[in-house]
Design a protein around this ligand. Structure first.
Ligand code: SAH
Ligand code: SF4
Length: 370
């Protein structure tokens, strides 16, 4: 749907305030930006966000090689394709050898950083396995390789062990900052307060803390998304992983949702607007152009960069496992080897007029300043 153009002076005033410094927009102004639909207004929003990105990150993109370590998960989130209750999923967990091999490949390719992600497992064996993996990574890279973990909620002691073993970033999306919406998206034994507590624990342990939400969830309002943006600042987040929600047919939330072209376009637009608004409100955080953007449009990640993101997470998991790690429908690059992904990515990023920071860890400028 093409909306009516916003009054120029009014929108310009909001964008100028956003560009002037972090934390300057009010909640109604954020809602206003998220509700823009006129193509010209959307272009102005993107340009404003991009100018803030330029100031803090230049025309540069940092890479994180994504290693999908396993799809075994104790949780049953209503939206996620690898939830415990999805009996159609063939479960796997990579051993230390395999994860270290993928990370070494990423390191040799000068990706600078990796993200190790999996379903949520809380056990002594799993904790030990991750410690062994971190040890291997530190050994071959001499601590040069940036390591983000995205392994769900854990006890404080576990976060501490992993930090000591060499992890220095942790990504734990809050999914939504609305406790009420969170309750509707998760079974009763999933605890919003514990997720918050984990984010605080990570901060106290000195991790670079990443969080984020899904945009366009059923029943989610623009006001709730605006509250998410305010939440990121209250949390003092260093990194954001923001992505559109994409239904998965074998989940309670996704089973009855139709994914037509107009739905995809709406989800993509909202995801991009959210990136721009976060850039305008938070300024110097790392923002990833989530793979979910690419699932909605072939050039989704490049659009994410143009909207204000500065991080891309190319998949470096062996092809044999990628199909088993489908959080949402239409996951891209299921048939592309990591090698081919690398070539394709380099071309795409160059085509978008951006430069990849090969071999750099790409730490969050916000974290460095803090
Ligand atoms: N188990 C860990 C990490 C893996 S899930 C955790 O939950 O933190 C990583 C992210 O995938 C989640 O945070 C969620 O935001 C996203 N995700 C899951 N299902 C999705 C869907 N259907 N559409 C878009 N993103 C989804
Ligand atoms: Fe498990 Fe994470 Fe998926 Fe929830 S979102 S079911 S915790 S993998």
């Amino acid at each position: 749907m093409v909306g009516r153009p916003a009054s120029r002076t009014d929108l310009d005033g909001i964008l100028e305030r956003g560009m002037a410094g972090p934390g300057r927009l009010s909640r109604p102004e954020i809602v206003r930006l998220l509700s823009l639909e006129d193509p010209g207004d959307l272009r102005r929003l993107r340009q404003a966000a991009y100018s803030v990105k330029l100031r803090h990150a230049g025309r540069n993109v940092s890479l994180r090689g994504l290693i999908e370590m396993g799809n075994v998960c104790a949780k049953n989130c209503f939206y996620c394709g690898i939830r415990r209750g999805n009996a159609k999923v063939e479960r796997y967990e990579l051993d230390a050898e395999a994860v270290a091999g993928m990370a070494k490949w990423a390191y040799d390719q000068k990706y600078g950083s990796v993200v190790i992600q999996s379903g949520e497992i809380e056990s002594a064996e799993h904790t030990g396995l991750v410690c062994r993996i971190l040890g291997r990574l530190a050994d071959f890279s001499g601590g040069e390789l940036g390591v983000t973990l995205s392994l769900g909620e854990q006890e404080e002691e576990v976060f501490r062990l992993w930090r000591e073993a060499g992890a220095h970033r942790y990504l734990l999306r809050i999914e939504t900052s609305s406790p009420e919406l969170y309750r509707r998206l998760h079974p009763a034994d999933h605890d919003f307060e514990r997720r918050l507590l984990c984010l605080r624990r990570l901060r106290a342990l000195g991790y670079q803390v990443g969080t984020g939400v899904m945009c366009g969830l059923p029943g989610q309002t623009l006001e709730q998304l605006a509250d998410d943006v305010l939440f990121f600042r209250r949390l003092d987040a260093d990194m954001l992983g923001l992505g559109p929600y994409i239904p998965h047919p074998d989940t309670p939330l996704g089973a009855s949702l139709e994914i037509g072209d107009s739905y995809r376009a709406r989800q993509l637009d909202l995801g991009l607007k959210m990136i721009s608004v976060c850039r305008l409100y938070l300024h110097d955080v790392n923002i990833a152009a989530a793979t979910a953007l690419q699932a909605l449009a072939d050039n989704g990640r490049e659009l994410g960069l143009g909207a204000g993101a500065n991080v891309i997470m190319p998949n470096v998991t062996d092809l044999a496992h990628r199909k088993k790690y489908q959080l949402y429908a239409g996951k891209p690059c299921l048939e592309e080897s990591s090698d081919r992904c690398r070539g394709c990515l380099a071309l795409r990023v160059a085509g978008a007029g951006e430069t990849i920071l090969w071999g750099e860890r790409g730490d969050s400028p916000h974290y460095r300043r803090r």
